[in-house]
Write a protein that binds this ligand. Structure first.
Ligand SMILES: [Zn+2]
Length: 537
């Protein structure tokens, strides 16, 4: 763990020198607490899209934005309709893969998980050959192409999770252990579609995936939300999925390969995709239904460069009402993400009180359906009322800890743009320092609402106090955070009960990111991508 390099701090200083308002009293503990209590109350029913919980949460946030004095962003409205379609794929309980001498019957959910990202009512996979396509990556940046010399159009590809850097641990190559976007499952399915594969199956392993099979393998026969689009009627890739490590070992063995050997070969630059001499035969029936949810956003118009903008994001949705745990079925989502909405509203209030005429426009966006795959922010990035090429920065906040104050500001996705060094300067001003994500292999930078902004070329910051609670020290902080991920994250126990000082860290983060966003709203700063970023443009 190291602090940010001092020369980066000096680099950023000149950009931030011009006078900052230091009156942060508009950011109030009591208002943040009230917003959290309202948004995470049982009456909000866990804020799932399309429910009464959505209606209540969206009305509340809309009222708060109006009260603060933000202008509505969407033609006089704070709401942007986000059309979605839910698709349920009905699969047999066993998925047969024919190998040379026998048929390997993979058990749905236990060995393999599949879903069909199309509104087509029936999908037939008719004796389609399987190809092992390494990591399923094609990128000029690292001169890497797993598809060279192999046409995978209309075929089933089996790929490894994460990227070669995870295994080779060379920080100059696919960023070492830190996951690049090429390691993320969403990238692999996107690349499979670009390559024209009919089906893409990722081999799951706990370590490089960053989560257990229970998370990856839970999608079969359940309804999955997508942004509604004509492309869903006829995608090239008609089936996506995961296979367990054990099932993959068996499959490769039946095809005459050792899993470990084949994985080793995929780490070499001269790797070429391998035909597995196995075939998949399967019919999937899909049912679908359409609904519209809402993004909600207000903004302050820039006084000098109104077309350029800084956007804050904090999703309002959570998981709704679900499987009861200890008799509680409401997934309140106080940490995830009522508190971030409260954080964003506090920042909006500070802007209106202290800097009502920022040079650039400042947008405060609360997207829907983050929990369903960043759908609200993806829709916003594709249907933005501003020209996205004028986007200066996205500042996202998600999964908030109620542990009091922190010394650090932990950055996920370090090294994509010089927003890092700019943030280091602002952190220093507030007597805090930049720390690095302790688990960069989990790819957190690609798992929240900043991703759609990165993809359209807007640099982003996803950071918060995380590794050093002021009174607890590093080890104890780590212990409490691990406990949060294990016992509270995405569980009904993610609730808020008032307790003295526990929101001080959220208040500090609001002060810090208000100051940071205000620096970015000045016309003199243009953040720059680093060339090594996979989003460099
Ligand atoms: Zn969240």
């Amino acid at each position: 763990m190291q602090k940010v390099n001092i020369f980066l701090v000096i680099l950023g200083l000149s950009a931030c020198r011009s006078g900052s308002k230091t009156d942060y009293s508009a950011i109030s503990y009591s208002k943040i607490e009230r917003d959290i209590m309202v948004l995470s109350a049982d009456s909000m029913q866990g804020r799932a899209p399309f429910t009464l919980g959505e209606q209540r949460a969206v009305s509340y946030i809309e009222g708060r934005m109006k009260g603060i004095g933000l202008e509505p962003l969407f033609n006089g409205s704070y709401r942007q309709g986000v059309p979605m379609v839910s698709i349920t794929s009905h699969l047999p309980t066993e998925v047969p893969i024919k190998t040379k001498n026998e048929t390997l019957a993979l058990r749905l959910d236990d060995d393999i998980c599949l879903w069909s990202p199309t509104t087509k009512s029936e999908v037939r996979i008719d004796n389609v050959p399987l190809i092992f396509a390494g990591f399923g990556i094609s990128t000029p940046e690292y001169e890497w192409n797993d598809f060279k010399g192999m046409d995978v159009k209309g075929k089933v590809i089996v790929v490894l999770v994460n990227d070669p850097g995870y295994y080779l641990r060379d920080s100059s190559f696919f960023k070492g252990i830190a996951m690049t976007y090429y390691g993320r499952w969403t990238y692999k399915f996107e690349e499979a579609e670009r390559q024209g594969a009919l089906n893409c199956i990722i081999v799951h392993e706990d370590g490089p995936a960053g989560y257990p099979w229970s998370v990856a393998g839970s999608k079969s026969n359940s309804s999955i939300l997508y942004l509604d689009s004509p492309e869903l009627e006829n995608p090239k890739c008609l089936l996506n999925g995961w296979i367990t490590h054990n099932a993959a070992v068996k499959l490769f063995e039946r095809c005459g390969f050792s899993y470990d050997d084949i994985k080793q070969s995929a780490l070499k630059k001269d790797f070429k995709s391998i035909e597995l001499k196995a075939k998949l035969e399967l019919t999937v029936k899909n049912t679908s239904g359409r609904s519209v949810s809402s993004n909600i956003a207000g903004y302050i118009k820039g006084s000098v460069l109104p077309d350029e903008f800084v956007v804050y994001t904090a999703h309002w949705d959570h998981l709704g009402i679900g499987r009861p745990i200890n008799g509680d079925s409401i997934y309140n989502g106080a940490s995830d993400n009522a508190a971030a909405v409260a954080w964003m509203l506090a920042i909006a209030n500070a802007f209106k009180k202290n800097n009502p005429n920022p040079e650039r426009s400042v947008i405060f966006l609360s997207p829907t359906a983050e929990e369903s795959g960043l759908l609200g922010s993806m829709y916003f990035a594709k249907n933005c009322p501003f020209d996205v090429s004028k986007g200066i920065a996205c500042i996202n906040y998600d999964v908030v800890l109620f542990l009091g104050r922190f010394n650090d500001v932990t950055l996920t996705g370090y090294g994509h743009s010089n927003l890092d060094s700019l943030l280091a300067v602002v952190a220093g001003k507030h007597k805090r320092y930049i720390d690095f994500d302790p688990n960069p292999e989990n790819g957190m930078f690609y798992r929240s609402d900043q991703l759609p902004f990165l993809k359209v070329g807007i640099p982003a910051v996803f950071a918060k106090g995380y590794t050093y609670q002021v009174d607890l020290g590093r080890d104890k902080t780590r212990e409490l955070i691990n406990r949060y991920w294990k016992n509270t994250y995405h569980k009904p126990s993610d609730e808020y009960t008032a307790d003295r000082d526990k929101l001080n860290g959220v208040v500090d983060d609001a002060v810090l990111f208000y100051d940071f966003g205000w620096q970015l709203s000045k016309s003199s700063i243009y953040p720059k991508w680093y060339k090594k970023s996979e989003f460099y443009c």
